[in-house]
Design a protein around this ligand. Structure first.
Ligand code: G3P
Ligand code: CA
Length: 393
């Protein structure tokens, strides 16, 4: 999971090595040609970030979800990070594990149910920081969106909560198996909150990356945060050399939680102006905006022309990986919805196409296979009748 090119030229994913050989005359550079460990094209192309793995098809943040994401062509898999009571970094979208595990079915943990306020939101449930890692290992993941992705619920109760180390081990193993680099994009969740309870995420994250020899810019590692201060600290205090991704939200008044906590009035909207982006470039390499910051939503839920965000970020020297493309109608812009069932698939390929055309450098996606297909279209490859292999009788 270490790559030697600072800006990736697209790595063709599993199952397409033969296709790469076919396409070499029109611009592909194979691993042998390039002296790389993976097959690459000679044109820039957006990276596929498997959002929480392939969470459209598997309970999120499980090794099964990451495994499917890689098989579907993801270049990078995304573990969101929280911590246990004994300071083990584990992979969950939030510390409250009530809706993504079977913890409520474990009477031995009933006494750990509690109410906490995290980043201004009061919630009741079970929280990772009240469990030891050994205790968390006894739980199993369940589908977060059972009403939307009912098909995933058949896999409820099968998979454990992975640690960051297990995800790194997995990515290294998959990189060897598939002869291509599988990156990781760990996201520090609620860093100000976890520091406030004596369980900061950053020291363990840095130690883990260094122990795995991943603290270098050539590593396929993208550390994300919706906060600013911990990214600055990772770069300047910890001197971490991996790619850093400043995540931003679309709301007009939304602010990073560390800004709220410190009284800094700067909003995400201000951070994503040309001047704000130049400031981000002083400590981060990537911007991870809400896709609605690239294609703002009209009152009817449709999108029109792209905002200048991608152009402005590139002008500041920052690459752009928006989140999150999901295929169900309820997550798509109005013009891409098909029918009226909010849980049915719409024309998600149209949304991918629009975002690729807007110049993004990567996309977080719950369905890496569909992003892969859209990227093939974007690159001008075809699996249709005009494909060279289709002519073989
Ligand atoms: O990290 C990109 C995207 O995952 C941010 O949103 O809430 O899914 O972690 P979230
Ligand atoms: Ca995330």
């Amino acid at each position: 999971m270490t790559r030697s090119m600072p800006r990736l030229k697209v790595r063709l994913a599993a199952g397409v090595a033969a296709l790469a050989a076919v396409l070499t005359p029109v611009g592909l550079v194979t691993s042998a040609d390039a002296g790389q460990n993976s097959t690459r094209t000679s044109v820039d192309a957006p990276l596929i970030f498997g959002h929480r793995g392939a969470s459209g098809y598997r309970p999120e943040h499980t090794l099964a979800s990451y495994d499917l994401a890689v098989r579907m062509g993801a270049d990078v898999i995304e573990p969101d990070l929280v911590t246990t009571k004994d300071h083990v970094l584990v992979v969950r979208h939030e510390p409250n594990i009530t809706s993504t595990t079977d913890v409520a079915q474990h009477p031995e943990f009933a006494s750990l149910q509690t109410t906490k306020t995290i980043d201004g939101v009061t919630q009741t449930g079970w929280f990772t920081q009240d469990f030891t890692y050994a205790q968390l290992q006894t739980l199993r993941a369940v589908e977060r969106l059972p009403d939307v992705r009912e098909h995933n619920t058949i896999l409820d109760g099968r998979y454990q909560i992975p640690t960051l180390q297990q995800v790194i081990d997995f990515a290294k193993r998959e990189s060897r198996i598939y002869h291509r680099d599988i990156g990781i994009a760990p996201e520090t969740k609620h860093p100000t909150y976890f520091a406030s309870i004596g369980l900061p995420l950053e020291p363990v994250l840095v130690d883990t990356l260094r122990a795995n020899r991943l603290d270098k810019h050539s590593a396929d590692v993208y550390v994300q945060s919706f906060e600013e201060a911990n990214l600055r600290a990772l770069r300047r205090t910890y001197k971490l050399r991996v790619h850093l991704v400043q995540l931003t939200s679309a709301g007009p008044t939304a602010r990073p939680w560390d800004h709220v906590a410190s009284g800094n009035p700067e909003t995400y909207a201000q951070m994503t102006t040309p001047a704000g982006l130049r400031e981000i470039a002083t400590y981060a390499d990537w911007l991870g905006p809400d896709k609605a910051q690239v294609f703002p939503l009209a009152a009817d839920g449709s999108t029109g022309a792209a905002s200048p965000l991608v152009r402005d970020a590139h002008a500041a020297g920052v690459e752009v990986v928006p989140y999150t493309v999901r295929p169900e109608n309820q997550f798509l812009p109005a013009q891409d919805r098909i029918g009226t069932d909010p849980n049915a698939y719409g024309d998600v390929l149209a949304e991918y196409s629009a975002l690729f055309a807007a110049g993004v450098d990567g996309l977080f996606s719950d369905t890496p296979d569909l992003e892969f297909a859209a990227r093939e279209d974007f690159l001008g490859y075809s699996y249709g009748l005009d494909h060279p292999e289709a002519k073989v009788q």
